[in-house]
Ligand binder design. Structure first.
Ligand code: F6R
Length: 254
């Protein structure tokens, strides 16, 4: 696991975008796994900037998002379909037919989860997966206690996640209680993973994920078992690591 600590959110975002851009240039038909939430917004902004400068071409890239709230339509402003359109898709030349996000309005959930796994399998699984991390250590919407053997499935959001995500809704009551998420097994099939985290609120989750025991109580700790993970975080998120997050931008292998 490579841990790179950057001075701030902007630098983290720029460096992560540079890494994603290099992966696309090296493999123009890259299968890119995407996350939503506040953390990757800067990364997407930077990817859009590179695209506009003519330095990046998404025309052959395939995307798979990690998750979608259950019960929200694609046009709902808090749906992850909407988020991705706003922050990335409508600004770049990614082909509509190569964009994949779980259907939050599927009536047959089992069939939708199976369909999503099937599409991933047909695409040869994810080449490069972007992850954020919840304050409780979740990745995707795989909450503490999650089964490491699970593929795409319906999950119940943890109370802490509902609380954390309430900032995007009018009130906590409006936050959907369930979501469809790639499972840990699905995420772990990715050939490379970038875990992003920014801010002091994420410091404990990052410490537990990187330096704590591998346990399903901290779902992100499973990444310690993956052979190709790059943790890209700012100093605030690195504050509780035993190697420290102080000083200049630096990398360490743990
Ligand atoms: C989003 C996702 C979540 C978020 C996590 C952090 O697709 O899968 O795991 O990455 O909840 O969210 P932010 O970045 O808003 O703190």
């Amino acid at each position: 696991m490579l841990v790179e600590v950057f001075n701030d959110y902007e630098e983290m975002s720029r460096r992560a975008a540079r890494h994603v851009a290099a992966a696309i240039r090296q493999k123009p038909d890259l299968v890119l796994g995407l996350a939503t939430g506040s953390t990757p917004v800067g990364l997407y902004r930077e990817l859009v900037r590179l695209f506009r400068k003519g330095e990046l071409d998404f025309s052959r890239v395939t995307t798979f998002n990690l998750d979608e709230y259950y019960g929200l339509s694609a046009s709902h402003e808090q749906s992850y379909h909407y988020f991705m359109q706003e922050h990335l898709f409508r600004h770049v030349n990614v082909a509509l037919e190569r964009i994949h996000i779980p259907d939050g309005q599927a009536t047959d959930i089992q069939a939708e989860c199976a369909r999503y796994e099937q599409l991933l399998a047909e695409a040869g699984w994810v080449d490069l997966q972007i992850l954020g991390i919840g304050g409780n250590g979740h990745i995707g919407f795989n909450e503490p206690g999650t089964d490491f053997g699970a593929s795409t499935h319906l999950i119940e959001l943890a109370p802490a996640t509902i609380q954390a995500n309430a900032r995007f809704f009018k009130s906590p009551e409006d936050v959907p209680r369930r979501a469809i998420s790639m499972g840990i097994k699905t995420i772990m099939r990715s050939r490379e993973i970038i875990l992003l985290a920014s801010g002091r609120d994420k410091a404990e989750a990052i410490r537990a994920a990187i330096e704590g025991p591998v346990t399903n109580q901290v779902p992100a700790s499973v990444l310690q078992l993956h052979p190709n993970v790059r943790v890209m975080i700012d100093q605030a998120a690195a504050a509780l690591l035993s190697h420290g997050g102080q000083g200049q931008t630096h990398a360490m292998t743990v």
